[in-house]
Ligand binder design. Structure first.
Ligand code: AMP
Ligand code: MG
Length: 358
């Protein structure tokens, strides 16, 4: 899709605040922009979102244009009060109610049959709507000021890694939107877990900070869409957005899998080869493996002892490698228990399914 650069002239106004110290004047201004059909990027606990009025078809069209996002890839509607869910959805199943009680506000998106209130421009033409209640005080106050319903995909150019800092948003969208609220670095760093309730039985369409076990602890069996973890590009994920090449850095990224020692030596070997050919090479390692590498642009992503640190830095490192002009990136694989599924889901996409067995 062609990005319409003429839709917005000039630069987004950037305002800074923290969750403990909300700038109410700036949030009221953000609310006015949203209610008059404009776009505001804002922090959430997962990644930065690009918000527009979810009930205004024109605002949703602007979101797609600003991101260069295919218009059949639906947006998530963000709310800031549970009451605001009911006008959007045809039913609210008992299990969804229990998940909402436990995990909302939080990094959980649930999909339901939509009502006529939600325009097809917001749902990418689908009869279902994805809803999230974010756990970030800035986001919640902005949503309330904006009228209660904010459609927001991640605030990146389509195909680039999602933004975890306001500077990432500025880099991608600074000249195409009205305002950026800088709330510092996000907490989690990967997008929300998506659970589809639209066909009765709950199905995870996108893994996130909340994993299958954490959902099953509350509502019993939850299945995982087979499309999301597959290295086989022919298994189509159900969430439209998961089908696109996504989260991708400019460099050629490959995941190296296998026993740790074999992985370290394979990455060293691939790095030496590319360096000798005159390329710039980035390596993604962990605190545990940092001293196994000596050559290349070596970045420590976090610690395997706490995989939330790995999730937290993934997109930032991919963007840093872009800025550094790296040609090839080799990364270790992270099949960690807590967030491994979410991390590997993003990495496999970023790598365009390129996995090397060591
Ligand atoms: P993003 O906002 O960039 O995290 O993208 C939103 C994600 O939610 C995409 O992967 C969408 O495909 C998915 N999504 C949103 N609404 C629906 C829906 N009604 N059915 C299935 N997936 C959805
Ligand atoms: Mg996105």
């Amino acid at each position: 899709m062609e990005v319409n650069r003429s839709m917005q002239t000039g630069k987004a106004k950037i305002v800074r605040m923290t969750e403990d110290n909300l700038d109410m004047d700036a949030l009221r201004e953000a609310g006015r922009i949203l209610r008059s059909g404009g776009l505001v990027a804002f922090p959430t606990e997962t990644v930065y979102g690009l918000g527009g009025n979810a009930l205004d078809p024109e605002a949703s069209r602007k979101i797609y244009a600003a991101k260069g996002r295919p218009s059949d890839n639906p947006l998530i509607v963000h709310i800031a009060d549970l009451e605001h869910l009911f006008p959007l959805v045809r039913e609210f199943p008992e299990k969804a109610r229990r998940l909402a009680e436990r995990y909302w506000p939080g990094p959980l998106t649930m999909i339901f049959q939509k009502t006529d209130l939600v325009p097809y421009e917001t749902t990418g033409g689908l009869d279902t709507v994805a809803v999230r209640f974010p756990d970030n005080a800035i986001a919640r106050e902005m949503i309330r000021q904006g009228g209660g319903y904010v459609a927001a995909p991640s605030a990146n150019t389509s195909g680039r890694p999602s933004p975890t800092l306001a500077s990432h948003v500025e880099e991608d969208l600074g000249s195409r939107i009205d305002m950026i609220i800088d709330g510092g670095q996000v907490n989690i760093g990967l997008e929300s877990t998506i659970v589809d309730f639209s066909e009765g039985h709950p199905v995870i369409l996108r893994p996130g900070f909340l994993n299958q076990e954490m959902l099953e602890n509350v509502i019993g069996e939850v299945t995982v869409d087979p499309g999301i973890m597959s290295e086989n590009i022919h298994v189509r994920p159900k969430a439209p957005g998961m089908r696109y090449k996504h989260y991708a850095p400019k460099a050629d990224l490959a995941i190296v899998e296998g026993q740790p020692e074999a992985v370290f030596s394979k990455i060293r070997e691939l790095t030496e080869k590319r360096l000798s050919e005159g390329f710039r090479v980035g390596i993604i390692c962990t605190e545990e493996s940092r001293d196994r590498y000596t050559e290349g642009d070596i970045r420590c992503i976090g610690s395997r002892a706490d995989d939330r640190t790995i999730a937290h830095h993934l997109y930032e490192i991919l963007r840093d490698f872009d800025a550094d002009g790296v040609d090839y990136i080799y990364t270790e694989s992270f099949e960690t228990p807590r967030m491994g599924q979410a991390i590997m889901n993003r990495l496999i996409k970023a790598a365009g399914h390129e996995v090397i067995q060591a």
